[in-house]
Structure formats: structure tokens, C-alpha cells
Write a protein that binds this ligand. Structure first.
Ligand SMILES: Cc1cc2nc3c(=O)[nH]c(=O)nc-3n(C[C@H](O)[C@H](O)[C@H](O)COP(=O)(O)OP(=O)(O)OC[C@H]3O[C@@H](n4cnc5c(N)ncnc54)[C@H](O)[C@@H]3O)c2cc1C
Length: 402
């Protein structure tokens, strides 16, 4: 990698790789820095909305989705206790692929990273960005390869945070807040042989948490959920010898009949993964010096399963904004304008989704509100269909821009 690049991107999740591909294809020199080796498992429900199909194809990852992803998701089931309310999911615009499907992050993130490399992006992996200093036009990023104490500095005209939401950049860590009882911690595990109806996406509601189950590639099921710290702590106190993941699994099986039934014939593959706490909300700002995409820009409660969409589509939004200036130098010279326009576009595209997700998440976690939610959904299952439509399942921001 040359010591100076047009754009340095921190993190090769869907947001970082998508942005890297789009900028590199336009002739920009791009460095993409990822601290973990791929393929890697990740805490994620792994559902990809069909609204992303055209963008995935444009990024060169359409084949991974078309050939590798699990069954088409045509119905959603809201499960709480012994109740199950089933509704249709809305069709998305692409006539050849109108349904969402699940694809493991091992496959998705690796494919996008590989496409970035093919587009000419300099990939530094596993390598951590330890610090970024400077200002638009003249950034200095300090990189350290995994397992090595040595650091090197890369100069960049533009720098973009695509590091997700679990890890902050090292120089932002001072802003981390103390643990709170209401923090949401996230868990995920894979199961082989789960009894989940073909094409069904079960969404789980329980006291102090929510989650989902889905069949992804090769019949492997993903179970992912978020649980309030206080709820997890009390459950763990009752089973002090068990790992947090196993406690979560027992809780889900005990509290939701549909989970117990689905996992009864199943065998867990690999350990439970944990991450968190979640930080839902908008982080992108009109005066950002460091541009942000994906979860680094903002995060919806994952109950609506739209994080990958927002990662890919925010990358497309930012690429569109930057490439309008022709060169990285020109974009950096107008940085205040770029950041303001991008932040506005981001909010217009995604803020309604964040609000919807927050309302749904709190309704699912709160016993009183979830009783009301179930009653409403039972009376009008179309509420779930309409919620999925408004949550972004049918239309991509990238298509709206075209
Ligand atoms: C329980 C749960 C279920 C979910 N289910 C779904 C779902 O079904 N569908 C959906 O669309 N979304 C879902 N999401 C959300 C989705 O996982 C995220 O929104 C998505 O991963 C965001 O992508 P990203 O590229 O912004 O960040 P990430 O995917 O988090 O990627 C960031 C990358 O940056 C790297 N990194 C971090 N710091 C550094 C550093 N200093 N230097 C170098 N590299 C660094 C990390 O290693 C990571 O690979 C779920 C989330 C949770 C918690």
C-alpha cells in the first residue's frame, strides 16, 4: 500500500467494503483496514432484505446472495410465550428476487472484502487502526498489524469510520459510559436441524429482550437476540455455573414455545457469541470531520433486521456524495458541505427506520406493551406486514437516488 491514499476506511464490514468498492471503481486509491481475519462469525441475525439485491449485484456480491443464501423469507411470525401470530412479508421491488433471505456473515463479509480487493483496494487485515489524527485533506492514521508491536502511518485525504458499533476508535474510548441495567447485550448462535417452517422468519418477544430465528445457507439456522443486562444478570444468578450464552438459550426455550419447538430437534454448531452493549441512535453529524457509514453512522434496534441494509445503503449514499466532486482533494476542499449534505441525506433515509425499530423493540421487551402488541397483531396481522414495509424491506435508498 502506498503511504498516501485518497480514502482510508476503518472496518471491512458491509459498510466499509461497499464504500471501498464504489470509490475504487471510480479510480480513487483506497485503503481498507480490518482488525479481524475473515471469514469470521459475527453477532447478527443475518437476514438481508431484498431491497438490497440490486446494490449487492452492483457490488459484485449478488451471486453470493442468489446462490448461497437460505430460503426466501415470505412470512413473519411474532412469537411470545405460547402465542404465534403469522403475517405475510411484503414483496420488494426486484421482480427476480422480491424476498429477503439470510446469509452468514462469514460469507457476506468475505465476498464483499474480496470484491474490494479485486476493485484495487489495498486491504490491510488483520490490522487495527489505533488512531486517526488530522483533518479533511490531511489525515494520518496509525495502523498496527495483528500480533506485531510495530505501527505505521498512512496519510489519507479522506477518512471514513466504518468500524461498527461495538468497538470505538481507540481515541474515542474515553467517551464510553458505565454499565447500566437497561443496556442491551446481544447474542447469537447457529443450529443444525432446527424445525423452522420454510420461508418463515420468527421474531421473538420476551420480558427484557427480543430476537429472531432464521434459516440461512445450507440449512444452518441462526438464533440472535438482545437482552437487557439486568434480565441477563438475574437469569445468570439462577444458573451461576452456565455461560451467558447457555443461560440465554435456556431462557429463550423456557419462555417462548416456538423456540423450544424449533430447537428441540436441533444441535448447536459452535459456541454462543456475545457482543454489546447496543447503542441504537443517530451518530452521524452535519459537522463530522471523520465521515461515518454503517453502524458507525447510526444504528437501529436489530428487531427490524435492517442493519446490513443501512450499512450497504449508507455507503452508497456517501459514495454518491463524494464522487460528485470528482476527486478526493475536491471533496476534502468542500468537506463542510459534503458532511452536511450527507448527514441530511442519511437522516432522511434512515431516521424513520430508527424510530420505528425503537418503538417495536420497546413494545416487544415490555410485558404490558407486548400484550397490547400481540392483541393488535392478532386483530390485524397486516400491522406486521406494514411495519416491515415501513422498516425498509421493499425499497432501497440507492434505488431512490437513481
Ligand atoms: C442481535 C443482532 C441481530 C442482528 N440482526 C440483523 C439482521 O438480521 N439483519 C440485518 O440487516 N442486520 C442485523 N443486525 C445489525 C447488523 O449486524 C449491523 O448493523 C451490521 O453489521 C453493521 O455493519 P457495519 O459494516 O456498519 O459494521 P460491522 O459489520 O460491525 O463491521 C465493522 C468492522 O470494523 C472492524 N473494526 C472495528 N474497529 C476497528 C479498528 N479500530 N481497526 C480496524 N477494524 C476495525 C470490525 O472488526 C468489523 O469487522 C443485527 C445486530 C444484532 C446485534
Amino acid at each position: 500500500m502506498s503511504a498516501r491514499v485518497d480514502a482510508l476506511i476503518v472496518g471491512a464490514g458491509p459498510a466499509g467494503s461497499a464504500l471501498a468498492i464504489l470509490l475504487a471503481r471510480a479510480g480513487w486509491s483506497v485503503a481498507l483496514v480490518e482488525k479481524q481475519a475473515f471469514p469470521r462469525r459475527k453477532v447478527c441475525g443475518e437476514c438481508i432484505a431484498a431491497s438490497n439485491v440490486c446494490l449487492l449485484q452492483a457490488l459484485g456480491a449478488g451471486d453470493a446472495f442468489a446462490q448461497g443464501a437460505g430460503p426466501e423469507l415470505r412470512r413473519v411470525a411474532l412469537l411470545r410465550g405460547a402465542d404465534a401470530i403469522v403475517a405475510d412479508l411484503p414483496r420488494a421491488a426486484p421482480p427476480h428476487a422480491p424476498w429477503g433471505r439470510a446469509l452468514g456473515r462469514e460469507a457476506l463479509d468475505t465476498r464483499l472484502r474480496d470484491r474490494a480487493r479485486e476493485a484495487g483496494v489495498a486491504i490491510r487485515q488483520p490490522c487495527i487502526v489505533q488512531a486517526i489524527e488530522g483533518a479533511p485533506g490531511a489525515w494520518k492514521a496509525v495502523l498496527r498489524a495483528a500480533g506485531s508491536p510495530a505501527t505505521r502511518v498512512v496519510d489519507a485525504t479522506l477518512a471514513v469510520a466504518a468500524h461498527g458499533s461495538w468497538e470505538r476508535l481507540p481515541d474515542e474510548r474515553a467517551a464510553e459510559r458505565a454499565h447500566r441495567p437497561g443496556d442491551l447485550l446481544a447474542f447469537k448462535a447457529n443450529f443444525r436441524g432446527a424445525a423452522i417452517d420454510d420461508g418463515l422468519l420468527p421474531v421473538l418477544a420476551f420480558r427484557g429482550g427480543y430476537g429472531g430465528m432464521v434459516v440461512a445457507e445450507d440449512g444452518l439456522a441462526t438464533v440472535a437476540c438482545c437482552i437487557r443486562r439486568e434480565r441477563l444478570q438475574s437469569a445468570r444468578a439462577a444458573s451461576p455455573s452456565q455461560s451467558a450464552g447457555l443461560v440465554v438459550e435456556s431462557l429463550l426455550r423456557a419462555e417462548i414455545e416456538g423456540v423450544a419447538r424449533a430447537l428441540e430437534p436441533a444441535r448447536r454448531v459452535g459456541p454462543w457469541l456475545a457482543a454489546g452493549p447496543l447503542r441504537p441512535g443517530v451518530r452521524v453529524r452535519a459537522d463530522d470531520a471523520l465521515l461515518r457509514v454503517g453502524n458507525a453512522a447510526g444504528e437501529a434496534h436489530p428487531i427490524i433486521g435492517e442493519g446490513i441494509s443501512m450499512a450497504l445503503q449508507s455507503a452508497a449514499l456517501l459514495a454518491d456524495e463524494l464522487l460528485a466532486y470528482g476527486s478526493a482533494e475536491a471533496a476534502a476542499a468542500r468537506h463542510a458541505h459534503v458532511a452536511r449534505r450527507y448527514a441530511r441525506a442519511w437522516r432522511l433515509a434512515f431516521a424513520p427506520r430508527l424510530r420505528l425499530a425503537a418503538a417495536f423493540a420497546h413494545a416487544a421487551m415490555n410485558p404490558g406493551a407486548s400484550t397490547l402488541l400481540m392483541a393488535l397483531a392478532r386483530a390485524w396481522p397486516g400491522l406486521l406486514t406494514e411495519g416491515a414495509r415501513r422498516g425498509g424491506k421493499t425499497r432501497s435508498v440507492a434505488e431512490a437516488m437513481a
